[in-house]
Design a protein around this ligand. Structure first.
Ligand code: FMN
Length: 384
């Protein structure tokens, strides 16, 4: 028997929009690694207002990130280090903004299941059942360093995250005291009240991309993230491979999402020119190099042309390229949905401008294609 996705009625991640939408990374400065002066900088009112704008458009998700500090050595003042802590930020956003799910990101190794069980339950109560968790198995040497921790090898880090989830779920569902003795965790007389509102527990997101990471994601996550490239014929088989893995190995249904940067211009050429201006001419080479160097630690050396493409992609914001006229951007999203994609997290250099334009020019096309209901027609979960 395949376990169908737990469709918590209060959580918009399970509404009936065919293509779900979210924003990503605005508890920090957003993922664009550029020195462009017009860039987003994380201030509380600005990030709250941005989430409110996403809610107005009927978006399903506001996803935080957890990087803790940038991997740039010797420059503590660099803007890239600026980031609000994800659980606190999600609680604030969830209280201030009704509508989207708030997704708190954390590294299994840098926290503890007893803490996360309560933090998530607290946000679930604050938001009337709209919290979700993005569990990261942890690969940033710099983030771990300031906790006095070394990063683990890939197999150990996913075994660790797996045990973390096992204990977390015990805290969420056990009605009586429980004991746990494992490789990474010991719990003596474990109790966590209140339980989250969402039963049996809030949804889990994971973006593991390695073979081990994908197995972890398809086994445990409701929202699984993949990295898609611009070759249209690769989308459907890649997305289907995740569903097949989840169904055949773990008897589960999942949603497959991706993320990427958005530039909408009057024409494709205008959009591309603007992309080049912030992601090439005004890219922050120190930030991009430090980031890519850390990501590629322990990996085989990249050829210069691969390195160029990777650096340019990260300067632009990382992930899929949604760049062009509103028509082009909508066409790509409609194609991704036809290939089986469940959701897309959007990022942009100036996310407010992008969202306004996206709402005015792209959303009507998505609605017309039957991928989304108009924001005001969305089925909302029960209130109060
Ligand atoms: C949409 C998305 C969000 C992510 N958020 C974070 C994050 O906030 N912090 C972090 O350290 N890693 C984050 N990651 C990294 C993934 O959790 C994962 O470690 C990475 O994709 C590499 O896969 P692997 O662990 O299987 O090698 C994110 C990845 C994606 C695609």
């Amino acid at each position: 028997m395949i376990m169908t996705i737990q469709a918590n009625a209060t959580n918009p991640l399970f509404n009936d929009n065919k293509l779900k939408l979210g924003i990503f990374g605005y508890n920090g400065n957003g993922p664009q690694m550029t020195a462009a002066l017009e860039r987003f900088v994380a201030e509380w009112p600005r990030s709250r207002n941005l989430a409110a704008l996403a809610a107005e458009l009927g978006f399903e998700a506001v996803v935080s990130f957890a990087v803790w500090r940038a991997p740039i050595d010797g420059d503590g003042r660099h803007l890239a280090n600026r980031e609000f802590e994800a659980f606190s930020w999600c609680a604030g956003i969830g209280a201030a903004v009704d509508g989207p799910a708030v997704i708190a990101t954390f590294h299994a190794q840098l926290t503890n299941p007893a803490f996360v069980a309560k933090a998530a339950a607290t946000i679930d109560h604050i938001t009337n059942g709209r919290v979700a968790l993005n569990i990261v198995a942890g690969s940033s040497r710099h983030a771990f360093g300031q906790f006095g921790r070394d990063i683990e090898d890939p197999a150990t880090r996913y075994a660790h995250a797996e045990e973390f989830l096992e204990v977390l779920k015990r805290f969420w569902v056990e009605q009586d005291e429980f004991e746990f003795t494992g490789r990474f965790y010991q719990v003596r007389k474990g109790v966590s009240l209140p339980k989250p509102l969402q039963a049996p527990h809030p949804p889990i997101m994971n973006a593991g991309l390695s073979d081990r990471g994908r197995r972890f994601a398809t086994r445990h996550a409701d929202l699984v993230f993949t990295l898609l490239r611009d070759q249209e014929d690769s989308w459907a088989p890649q997305i289907a491979a995740y569903h097949n893995l989840a169904r055949t190995e773990f008897r589960r249904d999942i949603q497959v999402w991706t993320h990427g940067y958005v530039v909408i211009g009057d024409t494709d050429a205008h959009a591309r020119a603007y992309l080049n201006s912030y992601a090439e001419e005004r890219a922050d080479p120190v930030w991009v190099k430090a980031w890519v160097d850390e990501l590629s630690e322990g990996m085989p050396a990249l050829r210069p042309e691969q390195l160029f493409v990777m650096r340019r992609n990260w300067a632009a914001g990382g992930g899929f390229e949604l760049v062009g006229s509103a028509e082009t951007v909508a066409r790509k999203l409609i194609g991704l949905s036809a290939a089986g994609l469940s959701g897309f997290l959007l990022t942009a250099l100036e996310p407010e401008k992008m969202l306004r334009r996206f709402g005015a020019e792209v959303m009507p096309r998505l609605e017309q294609a039957g991928l989304r209901r108009a924001a005001h027609a969305l089925i909302k979960g029960p209130v109060g």
